[in-house]
Design a protein around this ligand. Structure first.
Ligand code: AQP
Length: 333
């Protein structure tokens, strides 16, 4: 079986963008692949973070993976910082990655602007750590949202450079392909249909979190940005909010685009918003219930992460050894 690797940062809550753009796809494809899903906690400190909540947030994301339907018969779940090979390979790859490749990354530019002088070196080299995450497992496919496409391209550039310079006869690193679904690849903010839904948006009203209680979901949808036009349509560039909300309804209700387009073509917002609210609450309810049950038995989650770490470590250490040998290192005796 081909291998899949992906992850989410434990920075705050999981929102509908993370769920529909990434995790739901992991669940849908998992039986076709040998999957590794990590909670990428080393990435979480590239921007200012709260040490008091990092461990708890890490457990929350791991529990949500299970609650969303990750099946341990096909997939392993582990915490990135528990497998030290991630940091080690990232260092080795940093040393062969040209600085200007990283300076060109859109996410770096966007986040660096927000942080001004406090921007950390970690934020700049984050995509190399992400490359290490993927390459350690010799992953064939990386299911992500649209915003990560450029980082996977960088990973491919690093593979080509490494293999060309240090492993010409027998490639050591495997070229991964992004797996980006058309629908849900870019879920937009509820308060601005031209920006992606994001954990770092200061406004809570801009995103629906997977663990939001029903009243909060209702309130966020009630207050979300719309337009004064009657009749709802997909794909009108003048109406980004309309397209986003219809897409959310389509994905959360499991209906096709054609069915949703026909159902909503004559609707006004007053009719549509309660429909979207009910659909969202119903779609998230089973996930929330399963999450609660998992959190009630912490020892189960711990055993899942322990097993995941063992499996991950075995593969990661093999790749790390190959990389070190290719670079000319002596191995510990
Ligand atoms: N709005 C989105 N639409 C579709 N997919 C999305 N993803 C994130 N936002 C959207 C996908 O979720 C996965 C995990 O993301 P992450 O938490 O590791 O990274 P992120 O991009 O930092 O998440 P945020 O919420 O967007 O955080 P900030 O605010 O820090 O930028 C990835 O597969 C990502 O594509």
């Amino acid at each position: 079986k081909q291998r899949v690797l992906s992850g989410v940062q434990p920075t705050g809550n999981l929102h509908l963008g993370n769920y529909l753009g990434a995790i739901r796809n992991w669940v849908e494809i998992q039986d076709q692949y040998d999957n590794f899903f990590c909670v990428v906690d080393l990435h979480a400190i590239t921007v200012p973070h709260n040490p008091a909540s990092l461990a708890a947030d890490t457990y929350t994301i791991a529990a949500l993976y299970l609650a969303c339907g990750i099946d341990l018969n096909h997939s392993s779940i582990f915490v990135q910082s528990h497998v030290s090979a991630h940091s080690e390979l990232a260092w080795l790859l940093n040393c062969i990655t040209p600085l200007n490749w990283l300076q060109d990354m859109i996410q770096f530019k966007e986040k660096a602007v927000k942080q001004g002088e406090n921007v950390s070196t970690g934020l700049l080299i984050y995509p190399v750590l992400m490359a290490a995450d993927i390459l350690l497992y010799q992953a064939d496919k990386v299911p992500v949202g649209e915003d990560q496409k450029q980082h996977i391209e960088l990973t491919r550039d690093i593979v080509n450079r490494f293999n060309h310079q240090f492993a010409k006869d027998q490639p050591v690193l495997k070229l991964p392909d992004p797996l980006i679904r058309k629908d849900g690849a870019r879920v937009m903010s509820l308060t601005d249909g031209t920006r992606k839904m994001s954990k770092s948006d200061p406004s809570e009203l801009s995103r629906i979190n997977v663990l939001d209680p029903p009243e909060q979901i209702a309130n966020k949808i009630k207050r979300c940005k719309t337009d004064p036009v009657r009749g709802l349509t997909f794909d009108d560039p003048e109406r980004p909010e309309c397209n986003n909300l219809l897409t959310l309804y389509m994905l959360l209700s499991g209906q096709t685009k054609e069915v949703v387009a026909a159902e909503c073509q004559d609707m006004g917002w007053g009719q549509f918003k309660p429909l979207l609210t009910e659909t969202t609450i119903n779609a998230l309810k089973p996930i929330q219930e399963k999450y609660q049950a998992i959190m009630d038995d912490k020892s189960y989650l711990e055993s899942v992460l322990r097993d995941g770490r063992e499996k991950a470590q075995a593969i990661a250490n093999q790749t790390l050894t190959q990389v070190k040998l290719a670079l000319g290192y002596s191995l510990p005796l």
